[in-house]
Design a protein around this ligand. Structure first.
Ligand code: NAD
Ligand code: UDP
Length: 309
């Protein structure tokens, strides 16, 4: 049994991760400031003696004794990370420094939930880890993109300078139950719109692509990475290489929900990446990981969840 800290543990990915870590016999400290997370996501664990919730902002230091840290705290939806951009950069940078300091003091291994956004609007397709990205440093997405890039820098400097055991995972678009209905990301938006008969809001002409990974697959990869040999630090792409246009996604959701919603085309936000697909060769080789859940199958489970709300 390990004592494991999950920052951002009341969010979409973090709450599922807490469940999985508890199910494999660990003690879990879930730390979250509830900016985009919900207590509802963790209620079912509050009676578990191996589970503890701490309401805390990682921008402030905290002392804890733990064996492993999964650093997931950070709003992930463009709507929310752009709502308080300075706060987003602080969470990525000051938050990472605090969690890395905690890991150093406690002698813990630490995993960073990085993102495909470090590649920006990529000129290389599909994206391999060696690609250094094409990121606008002063745009509306920069607080998140540059924040996450700086977090990666800090992770590798703590590794080189202080011999810290680090793991850096570049997560590609992940979806599933427990996404907040008002999260603002494309899968939850389209499903909520389709179920309520509202217009499906496609930004731009819908020809931009994304590769969507179901949450269970993603977390399987995350836990494999955390428990991989010490000398494997990453960065490693984890995502589903199936690539779809946003228009294809909209049509699929409308069909699967039997919805009468119409498609409404709206302005494409600044710096919205045009193409995105992970090259997952390293995850396959080093972690023996690849996704198993197809988009249709994952969407079905996600639609059921939103129907049940
Ligand atoms: P989410 O918004 O549901 O979860 C983030 C959680 O972090 C929330 O519970 C929020 O309240 C908490 N949080 C935010 N700032 C905090 C702070 N300063 N201190 C403490 N807690 C804070 O998003 P998610 O999809 O679960 O994403 C989790 C992590 O994975 C994020 O770091 C995100 O950048 C990364 N990621 C996610 C995706 C994806 O597609 N889901 C893709 C790339 C990277
Ligand atoms: N998008 C859309 N309609 C929505 C929400 C998002 O067309 O209601 C588009 C968005 O412009 C982007 C893609 O869907 O091209 C994925 O957006 P999301 O916010 O989910 O994540 P991103 O990958 O851009 O961070």
């Amino acid at each position: 049994m390990k004592k494991i800290l999950v920052t951002g543990g009341a969010g979409f990915l973090g709450s599922h991760l807490c469940d999985k870590l508890l199910a494999t016999g660990n003690e879990v400290i879930c730390l979250d400031n509830l900016y985009t997370g919900q207590k509802k996501n963790i209620y079912h664990n509050l009676d578990n003696p191996r589970f503890e919730f701490i309401r805390h902002d990682i921008v402030e230091p905290i002392r804890l004794e733990v064996d492993q840290i999964y650093n997931l705290a950070c709003p992930a939806s463009p709507v929310h990370y752009q709502n308080n951009p300075v706060g987003t950069t602080k969470t990525c940078v000051h938050g990472s420094i605090n969690m890395l300091g905690l890991a150093k003091r406690a002698g813990a291994r630490i995993l960073q939930a990085s993102t495909s956004e470090v590649y920006g609007d990529p000129e290389v397709h599909p994206q391999k880890e060696e690609y250094r990205g094409s990121v606008n440093p002063i745009g509306i997405r920069s607080c998140y993109d540059e924040g996450k890039r700086c977090a990666e820098t800090l992770f590798f400097d703590y590794h080189r300078q202080h011999d810290l055991e680090i793991k850096v995972m570049r997560i590609f678009n992940t979806y599933g139950p427990r996404m907040h209905p008002d999260d603002g990301r494309v899968v939850s938006n389209f499903i909520m719109q389709a179920l309520s008969g509202k217009d499906i809001t496609i930004y731009g002409d819908g020809s931009q692509t994304r590769s969507f990974c179901f949450v269970d697959d993603l977390l399987d990869g995350m836990m494999k990475l955390m428990n991989s040999p010490t000398d494997f630090t990453g960065p490693v792409n984890v995502g589903n290489p199936g690539e779809f246009t946003i228009k294809e996604l909209a049509e699929m959701v409308v069909e699967m929900t039997d919805s009468r919603s119409k498609i409404s085309y709206q302005q494409l936000p600044q710096d919205d990446p045009m193409r995105r697909r992970p090259d997952i060769s390293i995850a396959k080789e080093k972690l023996d990981w690849q996704p198993t859940i197809k988009l249709q199958e994952g969407l079905k489970k996600t639609i059921e969840y939103f129907k049940s709300l």
